[in-house]
Design a protein around this ligand. Structure first.
Ligand code: DOR
Length: 438
């Protein structure tokens, strides 16, 4: 009987943020976590177990939750499908992902949301939670049918890739979203100010002759959205925070209990605008890589809880699109399969404890988007990630499960390797021995 199957994960260091941090065994029955306790092994008769997973030397934690990915289906399946994106997710330790609506057609209707959910169910890898559009077609004008999107299963609304420039439209969207307690995720960019820019505006852009995007393009919209969240009481989530000014304003808003959460992407705390000197378009994303001062501010924001969440902004693009002049290539890089080691670098640097780093990938994003995941609490679905914190490996994009290869971390030596991923008690990923030996 499938539902009676018992799995014991034994001998690992369990980190379940806010609940447990130490040696323990994890008992799963069917799809559900039953217990997290030391030495459970000694109290259970081996004959009652259908499977034992030896986690000696591994960290055992809730499956990671990514509130910001771009799977390109429907419309751009040559970049990523829901199946390939979900495979990349579980290979990176992510068991739940929230996918942005900038597909073709845009996810501004029940039918697109239902299609995404059906494709995700067929893929049988990660849980996929659709994010609906704020405005019809993400054109920034008329509101999408937010109630219908909520009903169909959307967990947030966003026009990501594009901001909602019209403040009145944004105000109404926030009022509407509040009725359903949906987080509203605005891509913070003042488009008149960023127009024509391809990288951070500063000394490097001047030297390279590439038109720049000033920090202010992001900060003006962060400030506006905080003001509107205060006006409406809506739950604002600020995606891909990249500037010191944004961190400062979010910190101040939180100190006044404005309902705001924020995310940072691994590339924004691992790279600076210096990466653009190679003219490699894998250093092109929106918002752009900033200065060292901004990187330090983002890290400090993660440390002091101004920034709640690490999210990838996984944005696949095909080689023929990225192999263009810097200004002609699209913005975006993939991130699902490199997020864990880049986040663990913050632990190595002493910015975060291991438990805090794991919380940014699990309990915090689940909390921000009200998903019943990101925890090993008994009674919850058994989404579990096991990783080796000491294993090193070299990034080879050819090995990625994603359909796209657009990573700036090609050739980097990473520390921290996902070994096994379970979703609802089922193994959906296990690292091949070759990968583990790298
Ligand atoms: O770099 C980015 N790529 N930033 C976005 O906001 C959109 C994303 C994409 O869809 O490619």
């Amino acid at each position: 009987m499938e539902n009676d199957r018992k799995t014991l994960i034994t001998g690992g260091h369990v980190v379940d943020p806010g609940r447990w941090n130490g040696m323990a065994d994890v008992l799963i029955e069917g799809r559900t976590i039953v217990a997290v306790k030391p030495n459970l092994r000694t109290t259970i008769h081996a004959s009652t177990l259908s499977r034992t997973i030896n986690a000696t030397g591994l960290i055992v934690c809730p499956g990671f939750v990514d509130v910001h990915v771009h799977f390109r289906e429907p419309g751009f399946e040559y970049k990523e499908t829901i199946a390939t994106g979900s495979a990349a997710a579980v290979a990176g330790g992510f068991t739940s992902v929230c996918c942005m609506p900038n597909t073709q057609p845009v996810n501004d209707s029940r039918s697109v949301t239902e299609f995404i959910l059906a494709q995700a169910a067929a893929a049988r890898k990660a849980r996929v939670f659709p994010i609906g559009a704020i405005t019809r077609g993400s054109h920034g004008q008329a509101l999408a049918e937010i109630g219908e999107l909520y009903d169909a299963g959307c967990v947030a609304i966003s026009d990501d890739g594009l901001p909602v420039m019209n403040s009145q439209v944004m105000r109404r969207a926030m009022e509407y979203a509040s009725a359903f307690h949906l987080p509203i995720v605005d891509h913070c960019e003042e488009c008149h100010l960023s127009h024509g820019g391809s990288m951070n505006e500063g000394v490097v852009s001047t030297q390279l002759g590439i038109p720049g995007i000033p920090n202010a393009a992001e900060e003006i919209m962060v400030a506006r959205n905080i003001a509107l969240a205060e006006l409406t009481g809506a739950r604002l989530h600020v995606p891909h925070v990249s500037t010191s000014g944004s961190v400062r304003m979010i910190r101040e808003a939180k100190s006044r209990e404005v309902p705001v959460t924020a995310e940072a992407c691994p590339h924004h705390f691992s790279l600076t605008e210096e990466a653009v000197r190679s003219f490699h378009t894998h250093a092109k994303m929106n918002p752009p890589l900033r200065t060292d001062e901004d990187v330090q501010a983002v890290k400090e924001g993660l440390r002091d809880h101004t920034i709640d969440v690490v999210a990838t902004d996984h944005a696949p693009h095909a080689p023929q699109e990225k192999q263009l002049e810097f200004d002609a290539a699209p913005f975006g890089i993939i991130g699902l399969e490199t997020a864990l080691p880049l986040t663990l670098n913050l632990v190595e640097e002493g910015m975060l404890t291991l438990e805090q780093a794991i919380a940014k990938l699990t309990s915090a994003p689940a909390h921000a988007f009200r998903l019943p995941h990101g925890t090993l609490a008994p009674g919850t679905e058994a989404d579990v990630t096991l990783f080796d914190p000491a294993a090193t490996w070299v990034v080879d994009p050819a090995q990625f499960h994603s359909l796209s290869r657009n990573t700036p971390f090609n050739g980097w030596t990473m520390k921290g390797l996902v070994v096994t991923t379970l979703v609802g008690g089922q193994e959906v990923y296990h690292a091949t021995p070759a990968r583990r030996d790298l």
